[in-house]
Design a protein around this ligand. Sequence first.
Ligand code: ADP
Ligand code: MG
Length: 268
Amino acid sequence: MSAAAAAQAAPEVATAFRFDRLRKTFRSKDGGDVVALQDVDFRVRRGEFVTVVGPSGCGKSTLLRILAGLERASSGNVELGGREHTGPSRDVGVVFQAPVLLPWRNIIDNVLVPAQIQGRDAKTSRERALHYLNLVGLSGFETKYPNELSGGMQQRVGIARALVNDPMLLLMDEPFGALDAMTRETMNVELLKLRERTGATIMLVTHSIPEAVFLGDRVIVMSPRPGRVTQVIEVDLPSRTLDVINTERFGAYVSGIRANLNASGGLD
Ligand SMILES: Nc1ncnc2c1ncn2[C@@H]1O[C@H](COP(=O)(O)OP(=O)(O)O)[C@@H](O)[C@H]1O
Ligand SMILES: [Mg+2]
């Protein structure tokens, strides 16, 4: 390719991460192979918010764990910030379905765990921990203990903890699945604000099609196992406030995705 052609082909916005013919096979207990992911290919731009929906067992968590460096792909490539990605990195923060806070540590010391694991400077880490606790609305709770906080508040501690190393990429695996519907809606709105303030790239896995549409700049739809990407939808909504959920346009996105999942036999 000539230099001019290469320049033309270069993406305008920097790539946050990219999967290239990603495949993951697990060895099952009876010795057979379980293909969890097959030929997953997509690229996410820096600052983009992508959501991933698909039936149980289609490989969503596996995809996220590979990106988090907690699991290795069987073949194919994962690129993070332009480099090949093979292990855990402080550029990536992860929020799991349950926040798993350490009960004997107070809130700020829980948020500091990843900074301490990475051996980062204590004073600046503390400042960042306070900053992110403030961003998730938990200023004043620094010295409380996990059992003094509601489920929604604990999940917000988990988010602050994932952000403490200023990651370029935030990965969230069904982070609000255990919360009641109202808390969940509030958390969705807060997450969008947080995203605006941090500029982080976010990939969020969810079981909820409306949640995927409400949060995502793009929704990645996966098929039942072996997980493949069956559809990628650009979501263009006039606003991202909760009232948009009742609009026809929002409903059309949701039913389109539902139809796609139905067609692949994946709705559960
Ligand atoms: N460590 C593992 N060993 C064997 N099989 C696994 C392992 N992790 C996941 N799997 C299998 O891979 C498939 C995808 O799992 P997962 O990524 O957790 O799906 P999802 O998050 O979409 O529900 C499932 O069939 C699951 O049983
Ligand atoms: Mg999962």
